[in-house]
Design a protein around this ligand. Sequence first.
Ligand SMILES: Nc1ncnc2c1ncn2[C@@H]1O[C@H](COP(=O)(O)OP(=O)(O)O)[C@@H](O)[C@H]1O
Ligand SMILES: O=P(O)(O)OC[C@H]1O[C@](O)(COP(=O)(O)O)[C@@H](O)[C@@H]1O
Length: 305
Amino acid sequence: MIYSITLNPSIDYVVTSDQLFLGRVNRLTETTKLPGGKGINVSRILQALAVPTVALGFLGGFTGDFIKNALKADDLPCDFTPIAADTRINVKLRAESETELNAPGPRITDDEQHTFITALTERLQPGDVVVMAGSLPPDLPASFYRDLIPAIHTAHAEFVIDTTGQALLDTLADHPLVVKPNHHELAALFNDAPYPSIEATVQAGRKLLTLGAQHVLVSMAGKGALLIEADRAYHGNTKPQQVINSVGAGDSMLAGFTGRLTAGATPLEAFKTALACGSATAYSQDLATREKIDDVLATVTVKEV
Ligand SMILES: Nc1ncnc2c1ncn2[C@@H]1O[C@H](COP(=O)(O)OP(=O)(O)O)[C@@H](O)[C@H]1O
Ligand SMILES: O=P(O)(O)OC[C@H]1O[C@](O)(COP(=O)(O)O)[C@@H](O)[C@@H]1O
């Protein structure tokens, strides 16, 4: 079973405007509300790939109810810990370019934190994978993800982590199954300027393997992604289509790789599915459907670099 953890879910309020003028009234041409949050997105793509998953985390208030109902309508297995405060709303503004306004998130009490940790640890079985993804609401200690790792390992389960900065570096010695920074996050991890070439990006990504990660992907938005192994690396991409909404593309990529890898695929095969899932989401209004993923998978190209 693959459990996703979304400590800070969101309603993604996707709004479209022809142009955006700061300091003036802007009239929107379209609005959509989607259940969001990195772990939830991972579970939704795993479900599309028919990989067994349960989405865990915190949900509260009318916004939490919206997400719960949306996931229920899609039959996505969930077991969220209820909280008293309202789950956040993130605004995704599509004008000439995409702008994201992500809220800090609600208060999580000590009792709510304990309820969540107990629920997670009671579920874990040998062979399970826990995907920990996204930001932490302000009340949770920065070490919250790292503190879950001993219980995951005690249960003979593995973890995948999608976070940034020191919080990510702090987990590498515990051998995450997969990490997938994007190229900006990778440079920020090592206080580097943007990498000038694929070779420089591969070199930096390889440091994550040396520090303990089992599998490393580096995503580069429209420029595709890298699969970096100890002795070789691959660059892959998909045939360009119109980009409709790239929110959740990274989560989709992580889900595609983790889902296929844990089902027994080779890292290279899993990478191809990951590329298809990431781009298929970028080419869709919401997260990709299975049909769209299969369609894009047929266009994936990968070469050793
Ligand atoms: N504009 C795009 N065109 C095609 N594929 C894309 C586009 N944006 C994202 N993707 C695919 O999704 C993957 C993850 O997207 P990226 O933006 O790098 O991740 P994140 O959302 O984590 O920053 C990319 O590596 C690529 O395969
Ligand atoms: O937890 P964070 O870092 O604030 O990010 C939450 C946001 O990230 C998303 O999960 C999308 O993530 P990606 O575009 O990086 O794949 C949105 O659904 C959500 O609004």
